[in-house]
Write a protein that binds this ligand. Structure first.
Ligand code: NAD
Ligand code: ZN
Length: 367
């Protein structure tokens, strides 16, 4: 089992990574000094697969777990679902020492975390992420929240989990498209922080695509280490934590204009990261061969890297970018790369350059 500590003083916690850890959920929670009563929040895809195992594992260690199932999919990240969860927690008579287990992907993690942050003014919670994206990204760092009609993640809190349990075996039934989308965040860590990780990914991508357990264990652990280090330095995103948004300014806008239907988050940020790499060449001098390496690895992972946009669509995308909550003072700020493994945040970018990055000249990678 791999262990990564997120060092945040009194709010520190471990991320445990291994195979079959779900069976140890009760034993692990028993070490946290929590109350007996608890609720597992999961979704309609994950609960039938892993809900009973999680409940049994908790019961074996003396806990009394209720299972709350929310609909699968992004639309469940709503106030309506939050209210339904509150009502069920009240019916189960959860109390101040009770805790919540988020069993699922990023949607469940964000929503269950928000419920935990607010019910009875805050309950402890444990993350059991079951998508690659959730294991390497959303379950770590304490950002929890939900969507409004007006936009994604507009309501939320910082509420750190007490433990993150990444059971690699839960990734086995994950649909290939979702798995590839998680790889987009994995590759991001190489670009923003770790040139060696990027090289290893270039070398080991076929094994990773096969979900080879040893390769996966090492990669998930390294990504969690990087996220933990960034969050340790800047828990509430006043600076450095922004580097985690590499590729996300364009990616989020793309998700918004396609009404969160056409692209998975990972797919949108794959396109966004390649565009950000092109911008990086223009603004920070990222060598052109590095842009090609970046585009190539996303392509090999089976992710989209380019957009076919007509002029009105491009206009919409640029407008959506200016609505992003990361925008301040009317200027669009980007995370840009100086090299693979080294990025800078808060880079002001003229709109004309953004537009050029979305409409690149054919590259050497084209057939
Ligand atoms: N809090 C953060 O820091 C943070 C960071 C990144 C993303 N997010 C959020 O995460 C969400 C996306 O997370 P996601 O990509 O995990 O999406 P998701 O939770 O919707 O999961 C994707 C799909 O896979 C299904 N699924 C989950 N685990 C499975 C498994 N093991 N086997 C089979 N099916 C499974 C789900 O039911 C869903 O249909 C977004 O809402 C995003 O805003 C949050
Ligand atoms: Zn992301």
């Amino acid at each position: 089992m791999g262990i990564v500590n997120v060092a945040l003083g009194k709010r520190s916690y471990d991320i445990k990574i291994g195979t079959g850890l779900l069976y140890r959920l009760g034993a692990e929670c028993a070490q946290l000094g929590l109350g007996t009563r608890c609720a597992i929040i999961s979704d309609t895809n994950v609960a039938p697969r892993f809900g009973t195992t999680a409940q049994k594992a908790l019961a074996k260690s003396g806990f009394a777990p209720a299972l709350i199932t929310i609909p699968a999919g992004e639309t469940a990240k709503s106030l309506k679902t939050v209210e339904a969860c509150y009502n069920q927690l009240a019916a189960q008579r959860l109390e101040r020492k009770s805790f919540i287990v988020a069993l699922g992907g990023g949607v469940v993690g964000d929503l269950a975390g928000f419920v935990a942050a607010t019910y009875l003014r805050g309950l402890p919670f444990v993350q059991v992420p079951t998508t690659l994206l959730a294991q390497v990204d959303s379950s770590v760092g304490g950002k929890v929240g939900l969507n409004l009609k007006a936009g994604k993640n507009l309501v939320g809190a910082f509420h750190q989990p007490r433990l993150v349990l990444c059971d690699l075996r839960t990734l086995v039934p994950l649909p290939m498209r979702e798995y590839r989308a998680g790889l987009a965040e994995v590759i991001k860590y190489g670009i923003i922080y770790d040139a060696r990780l990027f090289q290893h990914l270039e070398r080991d991508l076929p094994k990773l695509l096969r979900r080879d357990p040893r390769t996966l264990a090492a990669v998930v652990a390294r990504c969690c280490e990087i996220k933990a280090e960034v969050v340790r330095q800047d828990e509430t995103e006043s600076g450095l934590r922004a580097i985690l948004n590499f590729g996300h300014t364009i990616g989020h806008a793309l998700e918004a204009i396609s009404h969160y239907g056409r692209y998975l988050h990972g797919e949108a940020i794959a396109i966004g990261q390649v565009a950000a790499a092109r911008l990086s060449t223009e603004i920070l001098g990222l060598p052109a061969p590095d842009v090609d390496r970046i585009e190539r690895i996303f392509q090999r992972a089976g992710l989209p890297t380019r957009l076919e946009l007509n002029a009105p669509q491009r206009k919409k995308l640029l407008a959506a970018m200016q609505l992003d909550k990361k925008v301040s003072g009317g200027e669009v700020k980007f995370v840009l790369a100086r090299g693979i493994g080294a990025v800078e945040f808060g880079q002001r970018v003229p709109m004309a350059a953004v537009e050029r990055s979305l409409n690149p000249q054919p590259s050497t990678l084209d057939p």
